[in-house]
Structure formats: C-alpha cells, structure tokens
Design a protein around this ligand. Structure first.
Ligand code: ATP
Ligand code: MG
Length: 423
C-alpha cells in the first residue's frame, strides 16, 4: 500500500530546500555577527521540562504536545518549541558559570498537535536565539535590532513589530486580581478551557484563540496600566532605544504570548500575508525561567521564528527565486574505457572544488548532450575513442555558445580546473 506522510507534516523537496538553506544560512551568519553560538538540543525531553518550562495552563501543554511513554516507562515529549530545552541544557551543563551574556542560537524542528491549516503544521521549523545573563533593556533592544536586520537582509517589507510588557510577578499579582474581577462575572461566556484555567492563570484567557474569549476580553484591564516602577522604566527605556535606532514598532497591550514564562518585554513580528497566522516570529524576556528549571536566578530573552511562515512571507513578496542545482562540467562518455576515465577525471576535478557530472545511464551522445543542456551545466567535454587515443579533450561552453572550444590535455587537471573555475 502507498504510504502517506502524517497529517501536518511536509516533505521538503530539492526545489525548495535551497530556499530553506538560504534563510538558515543568512540567519546563522547574522547570529555570528551578534555573538551567538549554535546549540543543538534533543528532539525530545522529559515531559516535565515543558510542563514547567512552557507552563501547565498553556494551550501548548494542555492541548498540543506529542507526549508518549517509552519502553522504560518514562514520560517523554517531542519538543513543541526550543526555549525550554535550551534552558534545561543551560542549567544542566552549568553554562551560567561561563562569562555572561551567554548567547545561543538554534535551528530546530518542533512538534505540536494542532489544527492543521495554512501556516500551521504539526511538525514545523523554528530558528531562534536565547541570551542569558543580561537584565537591562539594552539586550532587548539588541535582539529586536537583530531581527530587524535579518528581515532587512532578506529584503522583507510590510511587516510590523508589536511590543508589550507583561511585567514581573510583582506587577502581575495586582493585575491578576483586576483581571479576575473583570472576568468572573463573564465566566460563562468563556470557552471550557478558559473556564477551567481562569482562576489559576487568568492571563491565558487573553491569549485564547476562541472567538468567544476574544470577545469577552476586548475591554479587559491592560497589564500596561499595572506595571511597577522597575518594569515601567525597563519598557520606557526599551522604547527609547528602539526610537534611537530608527526601529519602528507599535505597542500592542494585548500581546501576552502563548508560553507562561515571559516577563517584561514581549514582542511579535506580524505580517498580512501569512494567512490567519500572521505571526512570523515571537519572543520576549523570561527572567524566571532558568530558576523554574532548577538553575540560579538568571535573566534571559529570546525569540523563535517559524521558518514555514517566514518562507510563505518571502514567497508572497516575490523574494525567493526559483533555485536549481548548477553544475560546472558535464563529461559525456561513449564507451566503457571513457566511462572509467570520466570517473577519474570527475574525482580529480571535484577535489579541486569543481562540480562535475558524467553519464551513468549509458545514454547515446545525443541524449547526453540533451541532458547536459537541460540541467544547467556550464561546460561539456566529450570522451570517446578518439579523445582517449589522443589524450586531449575539447572543452565547450554551454552558457556562451559563441565561445570557442578549447583543447586541453586529458590529464592536465591544472589547466582544466583553471578554466572551469573562471566563471
Ligand atoms: P500562534 O499564535 O500562531 O499559535 P504561537 O504563539 O503558538 O503562535 P510560538 O510558540 O511563539 O507560536 O512560536 C514561535 C513561532 O513559531 C510562531 O510565531 C510561528 O511563526 C511558528 N509556529 C508556531 N506554531 C506553529 C505551527 N504549528 N506551524 C508552523 N509554525 C508555527
Ligand atoms: Mg500556537
């Protein structure tokens, strides 16, 4: 029986993987410019890492995790995001004892049991950064500047940066009461999940995707009005720093973000083109998370960008070009001896960094020429009885048909490599 990929997963075929490499390389290069080093974390963790790190009352933990018991009876979960695993690794490996700030980046797959739709998959890809140890607003500004720089590098337009502050546990205690006082009389209009989690974590109601909940919270009190002195200063300074750098933003007091661990600054980069899923990238500060996962109290900030959504956006703006593999040289070979020679020549040239292909299908010369023409080869040389006997080959350009053929010694790898490396 023909098998199908599971719902919400995708095969990325060669026509598109070059685009993926492009956005990932651009990201990795930029990370290095800003002092971020790569971390690679496991695909699955003990479920507790996410229950504690993402938060028991979040949609991610309550509804979206791929949790399973392994043969040893452990509860494991496929990572639904990167931050909790990175923080677990940071704590476990004592990375806090190195100089601060510690800047880490990652490129991962993530797994969530979601309602599959445009821009929303069950296996998806995220690129993200985490910076540990710096508590002032300068690093917040730097992280946002880095993202802005990244989008600029990709040529992206029509995106907006939305920021908010959700304060610290100190501000939230008061806000929680105000929000609960507002929500309690309307409780029966909320979805069942929100009714259940409201008392424990009323902020989650603000992030609920259900329309009924969104209607209820339209006029809810705003956390921005409840920030304490320190959190307010932090936010005001951040806005000033963004202004200084010429980075435009909109304060959106309704952003609370889907994960429980955020404190103070939260942000999203949104766009019109990513279907109903307008958020390409989300992030924020999480000053309590390292401690929540058993480490010393350590401030942190990071973001995660959805690669599927980023690529959809780039495509919508005409910024991804159709890529195809380009090969420098094609060696047409006409008999067994020529085939063996072609293989040796190809290996010698590949060792010099030149991409080479030769016939492996026993095609006729005509068919080999056609293949080379169709597959973006820059040069072709034909190896037959005559060429082998003379020890010389004719190198012909397939890009510039008027260019004269050049005769080169079959074993003169230096000259061949030199000509082929020219363009
Ligand atoms: P949303 O509100 O769209 O559900 P989220 O708040 O759950 O997003 P985050 O946990 O902040 O998303 O993840 C960061 C980014 O990862 C998102 O901005 C998005 O680009 C991407 N992302 C999240 N879930 C998915 C998914 N199921 N499929 C594809 N991309 C996703
Ligand atoms: Mg989500």
């Amino acid at each position: 029986m023909k098998q199908q990929a599971p719902k919400g997963t995708q095969d990325l075929l060669p026509e598109v993987t070059l685009n993926w490499q492009y956005v990932e390389r651009t990201f990795e290069d930029l990370c290095k410019l800003y002092g971020y080093e790569e971390i690679r974390i496991p695909t699955f963790e003990h479920s507790e890492v996410f229950q504690r790190g993402v938060g028991e009352t979040t949609d991610v933990v309550q509804k979206e995790m791929y949790t399973f018991e392994d043969k040893g009876g452990r509860s494991l979960t496929l990572r639904p995001e990167g931050t909790a695993g990175v923080v677990r690794a940071y704590v476990e490996n004592g990375m806090g004892s190195k100089t601060s700030p510690q800047r880490l980046f990652y490129v991962i797959t993530a797994f969530r049991y979601e309602n599959v739709q445009k821009g929303r998959y069950r296996e998806f890809h995220q690129m993200g950064v985490e910076a540990f140890g710096a508590k002032g607003p300068h690093i917040d500004a730097e992280v946002l500047a880095m993202l802005d720089h990244y989008f600029e590098e990709l040529g992206l337009k029509d995106y907006a940066l939305h920021i908010n502050s959700i304060g610290c546990p100190n501000c939230r205690a008061q806000y929680r009461e105000a929000l609960l006082a507002y929500l309690r009389p309307k409780k029966d209009q909320l979805c069942q999940d929100c009714q259940n989690r409201m008392e424990e974590n009323p902020l989650r109601v603000l992030d609920c995707k259900e329309k009924s909940c969104q209607d209820v919270t339209k006029d809810a009190p705003l956390i921005l009005d409840y920030l304490d002195e320190e959190c307010k200063d932090h936010f005001d300074t951040l806005k000033g720093l963004l202004d200084d750098m010429g980075i435009s933003y909109k304060v959106d007091p309704r952003i609370v973000r889907g994960l429980d661990y955020y404190t103070k600054t939260v942000f999203e980069f949104v766009s019109e083109n990513v279907g109903t899923q307008g958020t390409i990238c989300g992030g924020g500060r999480y000053d309590g998370l390292v401690e929540a996962l058993g480490g010393p109290s350590t401030p942190g900030i990071g973001f995660a960008m959805g690669e599927e959504r980023l690529l959809m956006e780039l495509e919508a703006q005409g910024l991804v070009k159709p890529h195809s593999l380009e090969t420098t040289l094609y060696i047409a070979n006409l008999n067994d001896a020529a085939h063996t020679e072609a293989q040796a020549l190809a290996q010698a040239l590949r060792r010099r960094g030149i991409s080479v292909q030769y016939d492996l299908m026993d095609r006729s010369l005509r068919a080999q020429m056609k293949y080379a023409g169709k597959n973006n080869m820059d040069y072709i040389l034909v190896l037959g009885e005559d060429e082998l006997a003379r020890g010389k080959v004719m190198l012909r350009s397939l890009v510039d048909r008027d260019k004269e053929e050049v005769e080169v010694g079959l074993h003169d790898i230096d000259t061949l490599a030199e000509i082929l490396a020219e363009d």
